[in-house]
Design a protein around this ligand. Structure first.
Ligand code: GAP
Length: 513
C-alpha cells in the first residue's frame, strides 16, 4: 500500500471509531483479534445496506424469497459440504519474525507484482505511440511476454499444488520464487501445513466427539438443507432463488485490514436454483445484475472490476469475484459461483433424503444446479465507508471531513438543529421532528455553535441539516443545508419532507438498478 493510501486507510479507521461506526470488540480488555463491534451509526449504516440488498433480492425478483436459518447446523452438513475435509488454508511461518502467512497469498503476491510490471510497460508504451494497440503490444513485447510466461507458470504450479493438496510442492514454490518475509526480510520458512478454518464447539453437556458442532463458515448451507422445504411450501418453480443474511465464522490465519477479513462476519447470499445445463446462462445473468447493484450506489464505476477465478473451489465449475478498489487496492467484495449440483447431491448422499425437483413442464425429476451470489456485508460496509470518506479544503481555507455516504444508506437522514436553546426554538424544532420522524431517521441536537454542529453531521454523513431560527417562528420556514454542496436554502416547513424524500428514498435507488 502506498504511503498516502496507508494514511487514508488509517484515517478512515480512526474516524469510524471516533464517530460511533466501528469499535474493536471488547476494547476494555484490549480487543479481540479480527473481531469488531458496530456502534450506533455503524449499526444503522449496516442495516441500511442489508435493506438495500434484501429489497433488491426479494422485492425486485418475484422468484426469490428470503429465509433466516440457524447458525448451528447438524455436523454432517459440513462433512457433506466438503468443509470438514477441504476448507483449509495452507499456512507457513517465518522462523525469524514468528509471523504466520497464507502460503498461497505469498505466492499470489508475486503474481500481482508481475502483473503490475506488465501494466507499467503498457502505460509507458501507450504514452509513446499514438495508435496504441494494447492486445498487439501484450502479445509481441518481449518483456511483457516473459512476465506473462512467468505468471502462467506460477499459476499452473499453484493450481496443481492446491488441487493435489501437495504442501511440499507449495513450499518448493515459495523457495523457488525466493519469497522473503516482508517483516524480517529473511527466507527462513517452516514447512507449509493445512489449517481448517472452521470454529468448533460442543453442544449439550457431554463433551465427546458426537457432540462436536461447528459455527457455520458460510450461510449457504442453511439454504441448501432447506431447499425442498422452501420449494414445496412456497410452491416455487425453477428457476427460483433463496436469499439469506446472517453471521458466518472463519478462523482466518491472517486476519488483518480492519473489517476486510474478520473471524466473525456477515454474509448476504442468494442461491439461484436452475435447470441443469442452464447454469452458465444464469451465471452470466447474475454476474451482470450484481455489478449493476453495486454501481447504482454511485461510488464510481471504475472502482469495480471482475476477477475470474483460476483456482476453482471444490464445488464450482465457474467463479468470479466482483472486486472493489479498497484503500489497500482492488480486492474481492462479492463472489459469483456456479456451484453445479455439488451441494444438493452431496446432502442427498449423506442424509439419505431425496432433494430433487419435479419439473412438470419436462415431466422429470432432477437435482437443480445452483448459481450463488455471495457478498460480505462488512466488506460492503468498508467499501461504502472508505469511498465516502473525504477530507476537503474549503474556499475560506478551513477543512472538513465529510462522509458522502449514498443518501439512502446514511445512518441519519436529517439533523434538526434549533439555532439557540431558547426563545421557543427547541419547542418548534421538536414539532418539526415529530412531523418527520415517521419517515426519516432524525437526529436532534441543540448544543454548540451551528457551524460545529454542521461539521459533526458532515462527519457522520447526514445528508440534510434543518436549522430552526427566529424567522421560523414568524413564517414557518427553515433553512435546509445539503451535506455535499453545503448550500443552504430557505424553504417552507411543508416542503421539507418532499425535498428529503427525493434523495434518501431506498425505493428510488432500487428503481435505478
Ligand atoms: N458461500 C460462498 C462463500 O462463502 P466466499 O468467497 O468464501 O464464498 C463470500 O465468501 C464473501 O464473503 C466474500 O466475497 C467476502 O465478501 C465475504 N467474506 C469471506 N470471508 C470473509 C472474512 N473473513 N471477513 C469478512 N468477509 C468475508
Amino acid at each position: 500500500m502506498a504511503n498516502t493510501e496507508d494514511n487514508l486507510f488509517k484515517n478512515v479507521i480512526s474516524h469510524a471509531k471516533e464517530y460511533g461506526f466501528i469499535f474493536p470488540s471488547s476494547e476494555i480488555y484490549d480487543g479481540l483479534s479480527a473481531v469488531y463491534d458496530y456502534g450506533q451509526n455503524g449499526a444503522e449504516l449496516k442495516n441500511n445496506i442489508k435493506e438495500y440488498w434484501w429489497k433488491f433480492m426479494t422485492l425486485l425478483h418475484d422468484n426469490i424469497v428470503g429465509i433466516d436459518a440457524a447458525i448451528f447446523m447438524h455436523p454432517t452438513t459440513w462433512k457433506a459440504s466438503g468443509h470438514v475435509d477441504a476448507f483449509n488454508d495452507p499456512m507457513i511461518d517465518n522462523k525469524d519474525s514468528k509471523k504466520r502467512y497464507r502460503a498461497d497469498q505469498l505466492i499470489e503476491g508475486v503474481i500481482e507484482k508481475l502483473e503490475e510490471k506488465i501494466e507499467k510497460e503498457i502505460e509507458k508504451a501507450a504514452k509513446r505511440f499514438e495508435n496504441f494497440d494494447r492486445a498487439m503490444f501484450v502479445s509481441t513485447n518481449a518483456r511483457v511476454v516473459e512476465y506473462q510466461k512467468k505468471i502462467d507458470e506460477i499459476n499452473d504450479r499453484l493450481k496443481t499444488a492446491m488441487a493435489n493438496n501437495d504442501m511440499v510442492a507449495m513450499k518448493q514454490l515459495v523457495d523457488d520464487l525466493e519469497i522473503a518475509d516482508p517483516i524480517s526480510g529473511t527466507k527462513n520458512w517452516t514447512d507449509v501445513r493445512q489449517f481448517n478454518l472452521m470454529f468448533s464447539t460442543e453442544m449439550g453437556s457431554v463433551a465427546d466427539d458426537a457432540n462436536k458442532i461447528y459455527l457455520r463458515p458460510e450461510t449457504a448451507q442453511g439454504i441448501f438443507v432447506n431447499f425442498l422445504n422452501v420449494q414445496k411450501t412456497g410452491r416455487m418453480k425453477i428457476p427460483f432463488g433463496i436469499a439469506q443474511i446472517g453471521k458466518a465464522f472463519r478462523n482466518e490465519i491472517v486476519a488483518r485490514q480492519f473489517i476486510f477479513r474478520m473471524r466473525e462476519f456477515e454474509q448476504m447470499e442468494m442461491q439461484f436454483f436452475v435447470k441443469p445445463g442452464e447454469e452458465m446462462k444464469w451465471y452470466e445473468f447474475w454476474k451482470a445484475k450484481r455489478l449493476k447493484w453495486h454501481q447504482a450506489l454511485g461510488l464510481g464505476n471504475d472502482n469495480y472490476r471482475y476477477h475470474d477465478h483460476l483456482n476453482l473451489a471444490h464445488y464450482a465449475n465457474a467463479a468470479c469475484d466482483i472486486q472493489f478498489n479498497f484503500p489497500m487496492g482492488f480486492r474481492e467484495l462479492e463472489g459469483i459461483h456456479s456451484r453445479t449440483d455439488f451441494d444438493l447431491k452431496s446432502h442427498e448422499k449423506y442424509s439419505g433424503k431425496k432433494l430433487q425437483y419435479f419439473d412438470s413442464e419436462d415431466n422429470q425429476n432432477y437435482i437443480p444446479y445452483v448459481v450463488e451470489t455471495s457478498v460480505g456485508l462488512d466488506r460492503m460496509f468498508l467499501s461504502v465507508l472508505a469511498s465516502s470518506y473525504k477530507e476537503e479544503k474549503l474556499e475560506d481555507g478551513s477543512e472538513r471531513v465529510v462522509l458522502k455516504i449514498p443518501a439512502p444508506l446514511a445512518p441519519n437522514k436529517v439533523a434538526i438543529l434549533p439555532l439557540m436553546k431558547k426563545d421557543g426554538l427547541p419547542e418548534k424544532a421538536h414539532e418539526i421532528m415529530n412531523l418527520l420522524k415517521f419517515d426519516f431517521r432524525c437526529f436532534y441536537e441543540e448544543k454548540d455553535a451551528i457551524g460545529k454542529r454542521y461539521r459533526r453531521q458532515d462527519a457522520i454523513g447526514t445528508p440534510y441539516c434543518i436549522t430552526i431560527d427566529h424567522q421560523t417562528l414568524q413564517d414557518n420556514t427553515v433553512t435546509i443545508r445539503n451535506r455535499d454542496t453545503m448550500k443552504q436554502d430557505r424553504v417552507a416547513i411543508d416542503a421539507v419532507k418532499a425535498i428529503i424524500s427525493e434523495s434518501v428514498s431506498m425505493a428510488e435507488l432500487l428503481k435505478t438498478i
